[in-house]
Every structure is written in structure tokens, then in C-alpha cells.
Design a protein around this ligand. Structure first.
Ligand code: NAD
Length: 262
């Protein structure tokens, strides 16, 4: 009962990784409140139907949160198939807005766990663009921000995760989180068998997805990712902060070997 007595919010709880994370956190003793734009997923202590793609949507969701929570798991995301602007809006600016609005609800020692992706691997190579886009505060006109930064339509998904990986490291040191004793961490899955994987095949092509699955040894399942998120919410992870944990069967190691030549 690693999470006994904790109150944990899980976004994206209606499907895939979020559904399994919510279910597992509840099995480990937490009161879990799911958030999703559609119904579904496991039966939980609470469920808030809401949309993370606008500030108004975020405000409506946070207004229903309990006064004190222990962890926010930011799992909801889009594949890129709906377009770059909606994808960056949900995967980065919406996630950040929800996290910022939730910070004061989180108890000291609590955590914000962001589901990023191996797809965000390019954050260092594209650092100046990522810095500039993360520096845009609030919930911006995302289409205008993408235009200002010359972002191609196909870059929406990887870019959203590059921004998230950079922001996770920045947020861990921001007073808003740090002074409240809130850890901010990311988890980067490799390819995982969920409905989004079919969309990745459309966006990135079968070859890219199949190559990633081959490098990882097999496709993952939500059950490969949920325990990592649950652990990061627990007190056992109390000194893990501002970092990224790959849960990808070794895919990042293979990408490093290729990119860095070892
Ligand atoms: N499956 C993979 O291969 C893989 C790999 C790396 C990272 N990820 C990341 O894992 C996370 C979860 O993906 P998944 O594989 O479980 O996909 P999924 O499609 O099964 O689940 C995503 C959930 O997010 C919800 N959602 C989307 N937009 C929303 C919005 N605006 N407001 C509220 N809820 C919204 C959806 O309704 C859905 O229930 C995503 O952030 C994704 O980028 C997935």
C-alpha cells in the first residue's frame, strides 16, 4: 500500500497509460480523481470531465479539485494527428497551466509527474527554440506562437515533448513548486500499445514506429509505465526531482548510441 492515504489526480484517466496509472494508484491505497475530456476508464474515487486545451477548461477542472492533494499525474495527451497547435496546446501549455494552477493544492513532499516521450529526445538539439517557447507565459495563442517559431505541422508532437522535458527541469527550481516542496519529474515511455500508437503510425509512419519497437525489444503496455509513475508519486521517490526517467525497454540507450556514436 505504497500510496495509502494519498490523494492523486490523474489526467488522461479514460484510456491507455492514464487509465492503468489511475487504477494502479487506487490499488496501492490512494484516493484517485481522474480527469479526461471523455468518460471511461476504471471506477475511481472521483472523476472530472474537462478539457485541458484552454485556460477556461483548466480553471473549470481545478475549481473541482480538493483543497489538498499529494500528486498530479499529467498523462493526457494528443498524438499530433489533430494538428500541431491543438497538440502543443494540450501536451505543453495546458499541462503547464494545470500544474501551475494546482501547485498550491499540493502538500509538501508531493509531486507533479509529467508523461513526456522519447519523441522529445531533440530538446537539447533544439534548445534555443524550446527556451523561447517555454518563456511564453500563460496560455498563449498557440497557433501564433508556432508561427513565430517557424514550427512545421509535423513537428507538433515531438516539439510538445521537447518543451515538456525542458520545462520539467526548470519548474523543479521555480519557487512556485520548490518553495512548496513539490517535486516535478517526467517519465518518457517508448512505444506503448494504446489507441495513440495507431495515430503515431499515421503521423510518423510505420517504419519509425516499428524501428522503435525493435530497438525496445517489444512494444510496451500501460502496465509497463504505470508502476513508474506510481513510484514517483510515493515517498520513496522523495529525492527524485527535476529529472526524466525513461521507461522504454532501452530505446533511449540505443538512440544515444546512434546519435553520439558509441
Ligand atoms: N502510447 C505511446 O506509445 C506513448 C509513447 C510515449 C508517450 N506517450 C504519452 O503518454 C500519454 C498518454 O497516452 P496514451 O498512450 O495513454 O494515449 P490514449 O490516447 O490512450 O490516452 C490519452 C487520453 O488523454 C485524453 N485527452 C486528450 N486530450 C485531452 C484534453 N484536451 N483534455 C482532457 N483529456 C484529454 C484522451 O481523452 C485520452 O483518454 C500521452 O501524453 C502520450 O503523449 C504515449
Amino acid at each position: 500500500m505504497m500510496l495509502l492515504g494519498k490523494t492523486i489526480i490523474v489526467t488522461g484517466s479514460a484510456s491507455g497509460i492514464g487509465a492503468r496509472t489511475a487504477e494502479l494508484c487506487a490499488q496501492l491505497g490512494a484516493d484517485v480523481i481522474g480527469v479526461d475530456r471523455r468518460e471511461g476508464g476504471p471506477s475511481l474515487s472521483g472523476f472530472i470531465r474537462g478539457d485541458l486545451s484552454s485556460q477556461a477548461g483548466i480553471d473549470a477542472i481545478v475549481g473541482q479539485f480538493p483543497q489538498r492533494i499529494d500528486a498530479l499525474c499529467n498523462v493526457a495527451g494528443l498524438s499530433g494527428a489533430p494538428g500541431a497547435a491543438p497538440t502543443v496546446a494540450v501536451n505543453f501549455y495546458g499541462l503547464r497551466g494545470l500544474s501551475e494552477a494546482t501547485a498550491t493544492h499540493i502538500r509538501p513532499g508531493g509531486a507533479i509527474v509529467n508523461v513526456a516521450s522519447i519523441a522529445g529526445y531533440g530538446w537539447r538539439a533544439n534548445l534555443s527554440r524550446a527556451k523561447s517557447m517555454v518563456a511564453v507565459t500563460g496560455f498563449p495563442d498557440v497557433a501564433a506562437v508556432l508561427k513565430d517559431h517557424n514550427v512545421a505541422e509535423a513537428e507538433g508532437y515531438p516539439l510538445s515533448k521537447e518543451l515538456l522535458l525542458l520545462w520539467t527541469q526548470l519548474a523543479a527550481h521555480q519557487p512556485r513548486f520548490r518553495q512548496n516542496g513539490v517535486r516535478v519529474i517526467s517519465v518518457s515511455p517508448g512505444p506503448v500499445e494504446t489507441p495513440i500508437l495507431g495515430q503515431f503510425r499515421q503521423v510518423f509512419g510505420d517504419k519509425r514506429v516499428d524501428d522503435d519497437i525493435a530497438a525496445a525489444g517489444r512494444a510496451g503496455t500501460p502496465a509497463d509505465i504505470a508502476p513508474v509513475i506510481a513510484f514517483l508519486c510515493s515517498d520513496g521517490a522523495r529525492w527524485i526531482n527535476g529529472t526524466n526517467i525513461a521507461a522504454d525497454g532501452g530505446l533511449e540507450a540505443a538512440v544515444n548510441a546512434q546519435a553520439l556514436g558509441f
